[in-house]
Design a protein around this ligand. Sequence first.
Ligand code: ZN
Ligand code: ZN
Length: 312
Amino acid sequence: MAKCSANLIFVAITYLIVIGVDANFVFIGILPEISSGNYVGPYLHFAFVQCIVFLIFWSHTVCMMSNPGCFPKEYRKLDLDLLSEGAKEFYQVALDAIEEKKRRKQALENNQLEEVAKLRTMYEKTSKIKGMTGTEKDLLIALFKNKCRKCKSLKPPKSHHCSQCNACIARMDHHCPWVNNCVGISNQKSFILFCIYVCFGSMYALSVTIYYTYHCIYEQCVTFIEPIATIMNCVGIFLAVLFASFTGIMFYDQMWCIIFETSTIDKLKKTLRKESGKGTWELIKESFGEDFSLRWFIPIQIERKITIESQY
Ligand SMILES: [Zn+2]
Ligand SMILES: [Zn+2]
């Protein structure tokens, strides 16, 4: 579980807005229909809208409560005894490579060509461990040089330190106050679903509000002429437009980041990213944690083992 400093005001605002828009829908859309003697239609309509509201709360809760991708504690202090066998080997290979690179540079400076040739062979030998290429080796060196100054964790290229969560997060996109959590490798799917459901719900609420308002004006219904109903309608339309635009842009932005292998933070920092060469569909599947199925639309938590090695 991510330990983000509590800033629940935005979360409370989110909940209040969703509940408010839902109540407005019941007030202007459902109750007048029921009072006019129509039963089946309004109840089915009510059930449909409650499903959307449920999906909004579900995706929000999963996104808020799940670990966004904090690295395991052992990566923070570099306690070798706590590392897995694979990680230990990975770590040793990187240390060897760094050491050899240093010695080779020194030998080159001192013009010790025999020593340079010997070290090159050693370097190439360690490069072959686990089938690593020279580029991967360079990445390893970059990794072990790149430790977070704040939490001392190893820091792969796509991770960032979040000062609010006080941890380095794998493939961190941004810290979102609306879910009081970071959006990272493990909860990006639920964040995207939250944006989709809020956007869809807002557009639906907007259409329903406009439809009923139009009918009420035309038929001069009692509900509409009450001042409270007019105010609620205006606020409802304003919030629906605001949230549909906001979450629509967020959804577009998240998909853009997935496809172009970047993140909101990196876009702001204008950091260049390593291109993995994976196709668009493969990148989307990776972010949703599995092959395409209906599960993509259900905000279930993706189980991922976050390791430094898996970030390459
Ligand atoms: Zn950190
Ligand atoms: Zn955070």
